[in-house]
Ligand binder design. Sequence first.
Ligand SMILES: CC(C)(COP(=O)(O)OP(=O)(O)OC[C@H]1O[C@@H](n2cnc3c(N)ncnc32)[C@H](O)[C@@H]1OP(=O)(O)O)[C@@H](O)C(=O)NCCC(=O)NCCS
Length: 213
Amino acid sequence: MEPFVLANEHVRLAMPTAADVDRITELCQGQDVADWTTVPSPYSRADAASFIEEIVPEAWRTGRGNTWAIRRPQDPEGPVLGMIGLTSDQAPTTDASAEIGYWLAPEARGEGLMSEAARLAVDWAFDPEGLGLSRIVWTAYTGNWASRRVAWRLGFRVEGTVRGHGIQRGRRRDAWIGTLLADDPREPVEPWPSAEAGERVGSGVHPGASPHG
Ligand SMILES: CC(C)(COP(=O)(O)OP(=O)(O)OC[C@H]1O[C@@H](n2cnc3c(N)ncnc32)[C@H](O)[C@@H]1OP(=O)(O)O)[C@@H](O)C(=O)NCCC(=O)NCCS
């Protein structure tokens, strides 16, 4: 598939390019991204270069996945603010499924930007004229409430905690798993587990550091 831009008045998603290598290097060296994702750690400029020159275009070309850099629509040439991607599970079936993944620069958090980006990507992925998926899966290491909040807003149903489901740099970690089906409402479908999550959500106070799961 040819890479393309998805945009609305809040967010602009476009395939990252060679001009983004330094910025992606900087952001992927952030502690939260290292703690909660599977990017290499320590993260080098060569990691960002191979991500942009090989991994992302190859995934677009083969249909294995779709990755976009996140920017504001008013600043389409500005620094990357984050990344969002869908990775196909490549199951031999016509009702296709993909996993969603994302990260955001610390300075771009707390504004709902990722929720906007994820909504754009998800709407396109379910659209029969887009990927026509039947299902999208979200997983996060347990304790990643910020990520869970994004998934919750989009209507993902968190169906469980699976011990050792996540593999991060060769080590197993417990993970939450949630799914969203094509016909599900794209809005919260279950109460937010505020007691478990603590008082931070919705308080307007956005923690600088996430817990280490
Ligand atoms: C996940 C991520 C993209 C979310 O971006 P964001 O929505 O702008 O992030 P925020 O920091 O504003 O947090 C989102 C919500 O979770 C809440 N939250 C954040 N950390 C929390 C914590 N430790 N406990 C409880 N709630 C928390 C915030 O209060 C916020 O709620 P609100 O919007 O209703 O006020 C961003 O935190 C990130 O890039 N994290 C590092 C990488 C990562 O974890 N990627 C996902 C891997 S599965």
